[in-house]
Design a protein around this ligand. Structure first.
Ligand SMILES: [Zn+2]
Ligand SMILES: [Zn+2]
Length: 73
């Protein structure tokens, strides 16, 4: 599968951003973005997770918002 961001390299990673949660009787399934990403297009924000550029930006923004809230307290 080709990388869905650059369309050039082989996509070896998937975006781990949780877009939806499917709650069934037995378990909670996290539906992730699952965009295929090559090494140079995936963004690493700690842990074992890789994100597409779009979602990495979203997460960074969320982290920033949280930090602002902490400062205000
Ligand atoms: Zn790529
Ligand atoms: Zn994504």
């Amino acid at each position: 599968m080709k990388c869905s961001v650059c369309g050039v390299n082989q996509g070896t990673k998937l975006c781990d951003y949780v877009v939806d949660q499917v709650i069934s009787v037995r378990q909670v399934l996290n539906r992730t973005c699952d965009k295929s990403l090559c090494v140079s297009c995936s963004l690493h924000l700690g842990g074992n997770y890789d994100f597409c550029p779009e979602h990495a930006q979203k997460i960074k923004k969320q982290m920033f918002e949280r930090e602002k809230q902490v400062c205000r307290q």
